[in-house]
Design a protein around this ligand. Structure first.
Ligand code: DGT
Ligand code: CA
Ligand code: CA
Ligand code: ZN
Length: 572
């Protein structure tokens, strides 16, 4: 989705939230929500659409008023109606909305009845047992809220990689418009493709007297300038993301890039190795005695220490430096190695596109295959398929495979793993499919023993191929299920099952550490987007980032296999 659309949708969503907390006219609230939804699903880029004289009011659900607001946001990066609402309702009230299960309506009750305006106050009220007494709340809800605030306490100030990416892309494009700016690179945890990012760290090289800081602090999406100097400054964007910028000299760009890419633990370990070699390493260069021996490029920094180039995703002090001394770094999987997507939803369940559209779009991306894996009937809210509908889908896929060239559609299903570990579809139906993903979509709170037994039982079903989003976490929303992943990985290895790395930026499940454990146990990982529309295929890059953090090579990834090999593996 184009970043501009994301930005406008986010503004409309926030306006709708604030109006709802205020108790405004439901029709107005619905109009904003519908517009936000439309913009998210729109296949066009708003900015380009407007530039080409497209009429915004032609879009579904966009009237004159909303069209003007879209114009304003695109032109200024701000929206006056939103600013006004934010002045009316204490800004921290919207923090309450981030708690899963607390929609605007409930937040309004909390705000109106108890005057609570911050998470801190809400936590106190829970502890005092005041929340359970509110209309529509109970002891269980109160308990959930308390837990959620505690989880949120350490993750709230971090942003999803995808959010950081949208913000970074716009800012980098803006900075590059200043002709005297030469390089602009986003370093830090963003460059290491961490699943969440605390702040953005931007490095710039520029010509003499280049007004980099004027340009930076003059950005129209700045909420606050925290500090401003000649070589370093910090701002907070309207989205809440902090950005640190540093202007560095060309001659030390590599050293600065290495230093500010981190991680801190990696830097410290590398500096220690340097000391053993009689070298001094900092953000300006690598020095022997007082003479500089490297620093212009990152490659030179590693080379000066006798190391192979360590890809940013590995720089966590998890053995990468040792591996780089002995030529033992993995040859990490890349986007180009991916030949297909094995977890895709169609309009048969809760996807937006027909199977044909999904196949054609995949072919256009250069894929050899996709697996259509709609939900099974247990997941009623997602329009899950019963066996009759699934058989109808199977026939359609057979027809499409005859007709379409250059792309093969695997017949699949994302079948619910029920609480007792059985699957939500009879075995004789499953046996007609090419690919079965088993996923947990309910009873997330079982004890570790029960949850682990549930998964182990599902993995014993001879028809299951892949365990979908294995820990069920939702970044910043839901913690991972309690699971003994060591046992699950071992069981998967023994039974010849695969584990999914779900590339949805809110999931990235498996995590980097478990990917590496799976790799070491010889379990293949399937990097899947779980796309619910053709646009969803774009999420593959987040999965690749996480896979690289997990030390995965092409050979460790199921969907790098050519179609024939893949089918052999699935039928084995
Ligand atoms: P984040 O922002 O929390 O997601 O994580 P990072 O890794 O981007 O951390 P950040 O923004 O605090 O600093 C950027 C990089 O700067 C970090 O990855 C390594 C380097 N750095 C920061 N502080 C130190 C330090 O005290 N020692 C060393 N060696 N490096 C540091
Ligand atoms: Ca950072
Ligand atoms: Ca920083
Ligand atoms: Zn799922």
């Amino acid at each position: 989705m184009p970043v501009e659309n994301t930005e406008v949708s986010a503004v409309f969503d926030e306006i709708a939230d604030l109006l709802e907390i205020k108790g405004s006219n439901p029709f107005r609230i619905r109009a904003y929500r519908r517009a936000a939804q439309t913009l998210r699903e729109l296949g066009i880029n708003l900015r380009e659409y407007v530039a080409e004289d497209g009429d915004l009011t032609d879009l579904p659900g966009i009237g004159r008023d909303l069209a003007e607001k879209i114009q304003e946001i695109l032109e200024t990066g701000r929206c006056r109606s939103l600013s006004k609402l934010r002045r009316e309702i204490p800004g921290t009230v919207t923090d309450l909305l981030r708690i899963p299960g607390l929609g605007p309506r409930r937040v309004r009750v909390i705000y109106n009845k108890l005057g609570i305006t911050s998470l801190h106050q809400l936590l106190d009220a829970c502890a005092a047992g005041k929340i359970r007494k509110l209309p529509g709340f109970g002891a269980r809800t109160e308990q959930h809220i308390m837990e959620a605030i505690k989880i949120g306490a350490d993750s709230r100030r971090r942003f999803l990689l995808a959010e950081a990416e949208a913000a970074a892309a716009l800012l980098v494009r803006y900075l590059k418009k200043l002709p005297c700016i030469q390089d602009v690179v986003v370093a830090g945890s963003f460059r290491r493709a961490r699943e969440t990012v605390g702040d953005l760290d931007i490095l710039v090289t520029a010509g003499p007297d280049c007004p980099v800081m004027d340009k930076f602090t003059g950005y129209n999406r700045v909420r606050k300038v925290i500090s401003r100097g000649s070589t370093r400054s910090s701002i907070v964007l309207s989205s809440g993301i902090q950005v640190d910028i540093r202007v560095v000299g060309r001659e030390s760009f590599g050293s600065a890039l290495h230093y500010f890419t981190g991680s801190k633990a990696h830097n410290i370990a590398l500096r220690r190795l340097g000391q053993d070699l009689g070298l001094k390493i900092n953000e300006y260069g690598v020095f022997r005695d007082d003479s500089k021996i490297a620093g212009e490029t990152e490659e030179s920094v590693f080379r000066s220490m006798g190391l192979d180039f360590i890809p940013p995703e590995l720089r966590e002090d998890r053995g990468e430096i040792e591996a780089a001394t002995e030529g033992g770094l993995p040859d990490l999987v890349t986007m180009d190695a991916i030949r297909g997507d094995l977890h895709v939803h169609s309009s048969y369940s809760d996807g937006k596109n027909s199977i044909r559209e999904l196949a054609v779009a995949a072919n256009r991306r250069g894929y050899e295959y996709i697996a259509v894996t709609d939900h099974s009937q247990r997941l009623r809210i997602a329009g899950g398929l019963d066996s009759r509908k699934l058989l109808r889908q199977i026939r359609e896929i057979d027809r499409l495979n005859q007709e379409l060239d250059g792309i093969f559609i695997l017949k699949g299903l994302e079948v619910d793993i029920l609480e007792d570990g059985t699957l939500d579809m009879p075995d004789d139906v499953l046996s007609r499919l090419d690919l079965v993903i088993g996923s947990v979509h309910s009873s997330f709170n079982l004890s570790e023993d029960k949850q682990t037994e549930r998964i182990l039982r599902a993995l014993e079903n001879p028809h299951i191929h892949i365990l979908g989003h294995p820990t069920c976490r939702r970044l910043r929303q839901r913690p991972p299920c309690s699971l003994d992943m060591v046992r699950i990985i071992k069981a998967a290895a023994e039974a010849g099952r695969f584990l999914e790395l779900n590339a949805n930026p809110e999931r990235l499940d498996l995590s980097d550490i478990y990917c590496r454990m799976a790799r070491d146990a010889g379990v293949l990982i399937s990097i899947n987007t779980d796309a619910h529309s053709t646009g969803g295929y774009e999420n593959m890059r987040y999965g690749i980032g996480q896979a690289r953090r997990g030390w995965l090579e092409s050979g460790n990834v199921l969907n790098t296999r050519p179609l024939g090999d893949l089918l052999d593996l699935l039928h084995a």
